[in-house]
Design a protein around this ligand. Structure first.
Ligand code: C5P
Ligand code: C5P
Length: 438
């Protein structure tokens, strides 16, 4: 087991005792890859202890729904840390890594690593916390490393190498799970892996099967061969050519870093860490959050379904990225894009940011409905220059009667539909101040 600071270890021990003591848990988790992965780890740990549970997935900390079950012990996972109201439940365990503003009620065991000096954007995500708790319950739960990794990848805490608690866990598991530097592309065939690639997004190849096949044939590589069957020299050729393409399209630095990175190949699952993360993400975004847990508990058909959902999501996302790119606008301090599907806002903002808009300014994607959903993405370089999207979106949204938050590099919010212009102007000003003051 890894060594954490004393205060955090004691908190995890406190949560372990709560779980030992109770027989039934109401578990709520976020529906993204990290939320789905942490939920899987938590409920599988409970199942192995023969505890009963009821798992539901939520978009955010929807207290109205949570309160309905609050007479039971509750576990809240990846939904944020601040509970604005006191839940009447005897015990509440928080498995999370988001920013913290308030303090905890006494029935709350808050495992957010930010409270203990760790960085919740780089060092640990919710799956990390769930995995720590799970291993405190039983060291044999270390076999859930793949689900932990799927969450870390989903929250991009692997980009540029592992840090903090994630790095400690990766190191601790290396006798059983090893990564190797490899082409970070996944698909049934090499051409499909390139054609469906969003991170990295290759202009001219992503979304274009013909061109992707042609690209490989030009290098005398069989486009129908699975990536895993390619020889090392073939993979190197692909990596070199794709890197040149990324340079030509002016991709941001972390955009290149994802092309060749630490890839975990989980042979017993027949999946890489990235595939697993893609599967969980696709299940969540398609409203089928139960599939990963059901698959992990033995339902092989769920894997097929996650595979087709993942392919469908990637195709939709690539079409969305192209449309958003065509209709983008430029403000002084950010690029603005529109999406037609709320689940694609973050993906579109991220891809435009890293691969298509030269990484020069943050990208803000808007989904207009009754209210307007905001998703913003930045780069490490811009963050170093002073950009903090969580603060900028949070503050600009609050000025127009909305709300928002997240991380410096990736944040989101919601604003009233008729306040878009006012919000964009306020955001432009906030970002201007951040960059100016750096
Ligand atoms: O809700 P949560 O904090 O888990 O979501 C973080 C979001 O930020 C994820 O969608 C993740 O992909 C995104 N992210 C990003 N770039 C980073 C770090 C996180 O787009 N460097
Ligand atoms: O929705 P999206 O993937 O863009 O969210 C990016 C980050 O912003 C996540 O960490 C999410 O939890 C956070 N967020 C937030 N408040 C919102 C919307 C998103 O804190 N209203």
């Amino acid at each position: 087991m890894i060594s954490l600071n004393g205060a955090y270890s004691s908190k995890i021990e406190e949560a372990r005792k709560v779980i030992e003591r109770e027989d039934f848990f109401r578990v709520f988790s976020h529906y993204d890859a990290d939320g789905v992965s942490s939920a899987l780890i938590l409920v599988e740990s409970l199942r192995r202890m023969e505890k009963d549970f009821h798992l539901s997935f939520l978009r955010s900390m929807e207290l109205d729904i949570i309160k309905e079950s609050a007479e039971y012990p509750v576990i809240l996972s990846d939904l944020g840390t601040d509970i604005s109201e006191n839940l009447r439940s005897s015990s509440v365990i928080i498995v999370d890594h988001h920013m913290i503003s308030g303090s905890d009620d006494k029935n709350v065991t808050n495992l957010n690593p930010r409270k203990y000096g760790y960085d919740g954007t780089k060092d640990a995500c919710s799956s990390t916390v769930a995995f720590l708790l799970s291993m405190a319950l039983d060291e044999a739960n270390s076999d859930m490393f793949p689900a932990f990794m799927a969450g870390v990848i989903g929250d991009k805490q692997n980009v540029g190498g592992f840090n903090g608690i994630n790095a400690l866990l990766v190191d601790d598991s290396k006798s059983r799970y090893q990564s190797s530097k490899d082409l970070n592309l996944s698909g049934k065939t090499a051409s499909e892996a390139i054609y469906l690639s969003i991170e990295p997004y290759f202009s001219g190849l992503s979304g274009n099967l013909e061109e992707s096949r042609f690209f490989l044939q030009n290098m005398a590589i069989d486009p129908d061969s699975p990536i895993t069957n390619l020889r090392t020299d073939e993979k190197e050729k692909i990596a070199d050519s794709l890197t040149i393409r990324l340079i030509k399209q002016n991709a941001a630095r972390e955009g290149y870093e994802t092309l060749v990175s630490d890839v975990f190949n989980f042979k017993n699952l027949g999946l890489t860490g990235n595939q697993l993360s893609d599967y969980f993400d696709a299940a969540g975004r398609n409203g089928k959050m139960g599939l990963p847990t059901s698959w992990y508990m033995g339902n092989e058909e769920a894997k097929e379904e996650m595979d087709s959902l993942s392919t469908k999501l990637k195709k939709e996302a690539i079409e969305q990225i192209k449309r958003s790119y065509e209709t983008k606008k430029e403000m002084n301090n950010f690029h603005l894009a529109y999406v037609e599907n709320p689940y694609l806002a973050g993906i579109a903002a991220s891809t435009l940011m890293l691969y298509l808009l030269q990484g020069s300014k943050p990208v803000i994607a808007l989904y207009r409905n009754k209210g307007t959903k905001v998703s913003g993405r930045s780069t490490r370089e811009l963050v170093l220059k002073g950009v903090d999207l969580s603060a900028a979106i949070g503050s600009a949204a609050a000025k127009v009667g909305g709300h928002g938050g997240g991380h410096d590099i990736a944040a989101g919010g919601e604003i009233p539909f008729d306040k878009e212009e006012e919000f964009l102007n306020a955001l432009n000003e906030e970002l201007g101040e951040q960059i100016g003051s750096s």
